[in-house]
Design a protein. Structure first.
Length: 224
């Protein structure tokens, strides 16, 4: 990324040898970089240890090398809402190990948003709290006992479901069925599948395999 430019990448007049603009290849470069990193780590470890790579620049086929996150989000309800369909889209593209920065990368979340983001992400494949160095500290215990207890409950639930999550990853790797999937895919044979698409995009509901449904609270002030 080149943060000084309007498009955050190379200038449009920086052409490749075939005459195409760099934006045509930008994410392919990210995947190629991850590919070479993965191969280097495998070589260094003599093939005995599985590398862990994380990127936000990827293209078709990246799922062979590592995990992704949805980029620099903001501690805002709109980013919580947008992150869920982004992760679903990654899964539909065969990139299952995906998630977002819990409670947003930039800005300072309210207590309510902080808890709701943990709850919404609890069954997403990549589960991480991460924030800009200029934000307030994000350890749950700094938000008080009530927030700490609610976050602890969410995290403990995730740990209790890890065997199921591993099973969903195996299914995704062997059949292509996403670990996290939109409602319409899980119930594609139903006549109201189109209406389920609306439920996905507005309510944040999603499926973890065919057996677990999550319907998180993703709007401020709501309780169910």
């Amino acid at each position: 990324a080149l943060f000084s430019g309007a498009e955050k990448t190379m200038s449009r007049d920086a052409l490749h040898l075939d005459g195409n603009e760099h934006r045509l290849y930008h994410n392919m470069y990210g995947t190629a970089y991850s590919h070479s990193t993965y191969d280097g780590m495998m070589l260094k470890g003599e093939g005995k240890r599985r590398p862990f790579l994380l990127t936000r620049s990827f293209f078709t086929g990246y799922q062979r090398y590592g995990a992704v996150w949805t980029g620099d989000s903001v501690a805002d309800w709109r980013y919580l809402q947008a992150g869920i369909p982004m992760i679903m889209n990654c899964g539909l593209s065969a990139i299952n190990f995906a998630g977002s920065d819990i409670s947003g990368f930039m800005g300072n979340p309210s207590n309510e948003l902080f808890v709701r983001w943990y709850q919404a992400a609890v069954m997403q494949p990549f589960f991480r709290a991460h924030a800009n160095i200029d934000t307030n500290r994000r350890e749950p215990y700094l938000f008080g006992d009530e927030v700490t207890n609610r976050v602890r409950t969410a995290v403990q639930f995730r740990y209790s479901m890890l065997p199921y999550m591993y099973t969903r990853f195996h299914v995704a790797a062997t059949t292509g069925v996403p670990a996290n999937m939109p409602m319409w895919l899980a119930f594609e044979d139903r006549a109201d599948a189109a209406q389920m698409h609306d439920m996905d995009t507005t309510n944040g509901q999603y499926m973890v395999g065919y057996d677990v449904m999550l319907s998180p609270v993703i709007y401020e002030g709501e309780t169910d």
